[in-house]
Ligand binder design. Structure first.
Ligand code: MEV
Length: 315
């Protein structure tokens, strides 16, 4: 049995600062892993079969609504790594402090933590970080249909990353912002299906390629500037660019009233920028707050409107 402590199976949640949805079409994106994580304990059973114990904290209804996709994702990850519970039974116990909510990368954290648990299940670490990430990508297909790979990459490697999907392996590198980036993020409480929302964007794109290309062009110049601004450490301009990215996501039809209301409230409470983050049509929004004082006042304002509000810092 595994000698490895459970913390060796941790996989992080994430917030996308720039580029959700467009990253599926190979636009560059910027993602920050948060410190909250999912972990996974794998136990081999005497009888064949698969038992899943899901102890992860979650917003109401998330686990029920994601159960079927989660079962597919777990199956894909197991089979990618050659684990067949019909031959040797397996119990998986998921836990950790990441509160599962649409947009936070909970699905990626789950399958990456499972890949980590398999990696250490025979007492030695058998998979490289790239292999863990690749297994997470296979698992994500259960939740995302056609994942870009951004969520599993953040879940595996952590940190603040510049990410780009390619025809081959994704290209990504760590970004170092000169100062801490303080964030408040809030859930609408609405669980969305990434497969459905990504599929709907694809249908709209196919119906009107010129409309999509126009959004993509404006995004490409926006994210090019965001990369420079991140290096320079200009928090106010970073916030303006996040606002602009939110506008493009509204045009893409993936925002919704609940997200827009939270974005407006965060800006009114002092955030220098705010946007939806992740899948949208529910899920999460995030606000950029330059100081601890502003972070606290934005969190207090959002707590009046949103069922769950969290603070995090990308260092
Ligand atoms: C979901 O966190 C991000 C999306 O861009 C989907 C993906 O990149 O796979 C909506």
């Amino acid at each position: 049995m595994a000698n490895f402590p459970i913390d060796q199976t941790r996989a992080f949640g994430k917030l996308i600062l720039f580029g959700e949805h467009l990253v599926v079409y190979k636009a560059p994106a910027i993602v920050g892993a948060i410190s909250a994580y999912t972990d996974c304990k794998l136990e081999y059973l005497d009888e064949p079969g698969l038992e899943v114990v899901d102890n992860r904290p979650a917003v109401p209804h998330y686990k029920e609504e994601k159960k079927d996709e989660g079962d597919v994702a777990i199956g894909l990850t197991l089979s990618h790594l050659g684990v067949d519970p019909s031959i040797r039974g397996v119990r998986l116990i998921f836990g950790g402090d990441l509160c599962c909510a649409s947009g936070i990368g909970a699905s990626a954290a789950q399958v990456v933590s499972l890949a980590r648990a398999i990696s250490v299940s025979n007492g030695t670490r058998s998979l490289t970080e790239d292999e863990i990430n690749a297994a997470g990508y296979e698992g994500e297909k259960g939740y995302h249909g056609t994942p870009s790979g951004i969520d599993n990459t953040a879940a595996t490697f952590g940190g603040l990353l510049r990410f780009r999907r390619t025809d081959g392996p994704p290209v990504f590198e760590k970004v170092k912002f000169p100062s801490a980036i303080r964030i408040v993020y809030a859930s609408t409480g609405i669980t969305a299906s990434t497969t459905k929302v990504v599929g709907d964007v694809r249908s709209r794109k196919e119906a009107d390629e010129a409309w999509f290309a126009n959004i993509m062009d404006r995004y490409t110049s926006l994210v090019g500037e965001a990369e420079k601004v991140l290096e320079a450490g200009d928090m106010n301009r970073l916030g303006e660019l996040m606002d602009a990215n939110h506008g493009l996501l509204q045009e893409l039809t993936v925002s919704c009233k609940e997200l827009d209301d939270l974005v407006v409230a965060a800006r009114a409470a002092g955030a220098v920028g705010a946007k939806m983050s992740g899948t949208g049509r529910g899920g999460l929004m995030m606000a950029l707050t330059p100081t601890e004082e502003v972070q606290n006042s934005v969190a207090a304002a959002l707590e009046k409107l949103a069922p769950q509000v969290w603070k995090t810092t990308f260092a």
